[in-house]
Design a protein around this ligand. Structure first.
Ligand SMILES: [Zn+2]
Length: 275
């Protein structure tokens, strides 16, 4: 169970000309999963990536954004998993949220059901569901002088995932395509996920911002590929449930946030609902 943890790790990870990239990461301990959300600060505006999970973390992320004293132009929501959008209702109800059409539809149709499904977290989750209103489509847009490249990635950690690249800065917001220093949330799409990460390894991007954990480089992208390959092999060898978890815990003792196993194992091996 996550515990109340409103202290975020806050860092400036890159500064280039007028642009600063900020990262805010929630707790790595007590069942939390180190949710990472980000801010692109340009001359006049802020663009945010994802909205945190627990309400106290979302409020702390918002307070940090407000401390920069620039208007929030928009928030890009990467995908439909609750740990990325539950926080929107707690702290970002006034902010334009942009998401893939599939993500928007999912939250519209299942958001409230998903929120109620997390009743055990009590006051740690928001009472409000924010349905994104703006559709983010693959392509380029320039916001406050910064070039953004949006992409729609299918069948990896989730069915539809939005990524945001800043090619002129070498920065790529991979969100849940990449778990930095933590155990990955595994799905049935490991083969395609590996291919997507391999393409990133030969891209011109240098700084990779994950959805969980600390800012990363290509070495961590390669380590994620290795983890996915080992997991795929283990599944091929017939490991399931507790034995599968034990295998990954032993093989990757350095990775944090084992709480993720309890979230995905019933879905990967037990046919539990996707949310
Ligand atoms: Zn996530």
């Amino acid at each position: 169970m996550p515990t109340q943890m409103s202290d975020l790790i806050v860092m400036v990870v890159k500064q280039a000309g007028d642009v600063r990239i900020h990262t805010c990461v929630s707790s790595f301990s007590d069942g939390n999963i180190a949710n990472a959300t980000h801010i692109v600060e340009s001359r006049n505006r802020l663009v945010l990536i994802d909205g945190q999970f627990l309400a106290p973390c979302a409020k702390a992320f918002r307070a940090y954004a407000d401390s920069l004293r620039k208007p929030i132009d928009r928030l890009y929501l990467s995908h439909r998993h609750p740990d990325h959008w539950f926080g929107l209702g707690a702290a970002f109800r006034d902010v334009p949220v942009h998401a893939l059409a599939e993500t928007l539809t999912f939250i519209q149709e299942h958001g409230e059901e998903s929120r109620r499904d997390h009743w055990k977290l009590g006051g740690l989750i928001s009472e409000h569901v924010v349905v994104p209103k703006e559709v983010a489509s693959p392509g380029q847009e320039t916001i406050d002088g910064v070039r953004y490249v949006l992409d729609r990635v299918t069948e990896t950690e989730t069915d539809f995932h939005l990524t945001v690249g800043l090619p002129d800065l070498g920065v790529y917001f991979a969100q849940d395509l990449l778990y930095s220093g933590t155990h990955l949330y595994l799905t049935s799409h490991l083969g395609h996920w590996i291919q997507v990460l391999q393409a990133l390894l030969v891209s011109e991007y240098e700084l990779f911002l994950p959805g969980h954990g600390l800012p990363a480089d290509k070495n961590e992208v390669a380590r994620n590929i290795e983890y996915l390959s080992a997991a795929r092999q283990a599944i091929g060898d017939g490991l399931t449930g507790a034995a599968f978890k034990d295998f990954l815990l032993r093989r990757y003792p350095e990775r944090k946030c084992p709480g993720i196993f309890d979230i995905y194992l019933p879905r990967l091996f037990g046919g539990a609902s996707e949310y």
